[in-house]
Design a protein around this ligand. Structure first.
Ligand SMILES: O=C(O)c1ccccc1NCC(=O)[C@H](O)[C@H](O)COP(=O)(O)O
Length: 266
């Protein structure tokens, strides 16, 4: 096991700086104006709900160039081509990394893909301030990610309420039972269980299996990270988990969409 310094704390420290700089460049009310001119949210939750109700896999296909645990994952990184490939091959939603420092993402990637691709999109970034929620809507995001481990209770509720006010969906992400209890105090129907330990970077699908029984039936469980094989997918389906967030195994394939089709038999 790698003894990694707490990557989340490093990312969050950088986000505090980043948000402060952005606030100097554009006011929240200007962002609000821009957000109002953007096409309405596409229904991220609804798209997943339709799959889950039909007991079919709903795949949130990730567009990610690099990560702290894996370094560069995909050299030939063409976000629009990847987004269209996912859409053509049956993805339900997209996840687009916008963090630059740690994931080599970009906000422009989300905007460009949204213009060309009809799928609902989650902005995958580290939300700590309502400013970023307005910014996400202004970029065209349909859903935002809230990582419980990164947030205090009041902060988490404030961010979720801001997203709801903007008609966006919220995916709340947990890694353990304590975080899950906190996540369940939110109204959101989307609960992501991240199988990656953010200290060791190890992934185990057992995390999803261990936590799922504490989640009420009306919520949608999304298993996140570490899905690499048809057996992994089958294990989740056998345990009534129908929503998946997958990045690396798709991104390492020449055609991420075909890889998705292969893993999920779409
Ligand atoms: O992936 C990392 O190294 C990482 C480090 C710190 C915070 C988050 C991190 N990953 C984000 C994700 O949750 C994944 O991109 C997502 O679940 C997909 O995982 P995978 O299919 O294993 O690429």
């Amino acid at each position: 096991m790698t003894d990694t310094p707490d990557i989340l704390q490093r990312i969050l420290a950088k986000k505090v700086e980043e948000v402060a700089n952005r606030k100097q460049r554009m006011s929240i009310s200007d962002l609000e104006d821009i957000a109002q001119g953007v096409e309405r949210p596409r229904g991220f939750y609804k798209a997943l709900q339709a799959k889950v109700n039909a007991k079919k896999p709903g795949v949130i296909a990730e567009i990610k160039k690099a990560s702290p645990s894996k370094g560069i994952i995909r050299e030939n990184f063409q976000p629009i081509t990847i987004g269209l490939d996912y859409a053509m091959n049956g993805a339900t939603c997209l996840s687009i990394l916008t963090d630059k420092e740690f994931f080599q993402g970009a906000e422009a990637n989300l905007q460009m893909v949204r213009e060309r691709c009809p799928l609902p999109i989650i902005r995958k970034d580290f939300m700590i301030d309502p400013y970023q929620i307005y910014e996400s809507r202004a970029l065209g995001a349909d859903c935002i990610l809230l990582i419980v481990a990164a947030l205090g209770d009041a902060q988490m509720h404030e961010l979720s309420d801001t997203a709801t006010k903007l008609d966006m969906d919220v995916l709340v992400e947990v890694h353990n039972a304590d975080e899950l209890q906190r996540a369940l105090t939110l109204d959101t129907k989307l609960i992501g269980i991240n199988n990656r330990n953010l200290r060791s970077f190890e992934t185990t699908l057992q995390t999803t299996l261990d936590l799922k029984s504490a989640i009420p039936a009306e919520r949608i469980i999304i298993t996140e990270s570490g899905i690499h094989s048809q057996d992994d997918v089958q294990l989740m389906l056998d345990n009534d988990i129908y929503a998946f967030l997958v990045g690396e195994s798709f991104m390492r394939a020449e055609s991420p969409g075909q890889k998705m089709r292969e893993l999920f038999a779409l």
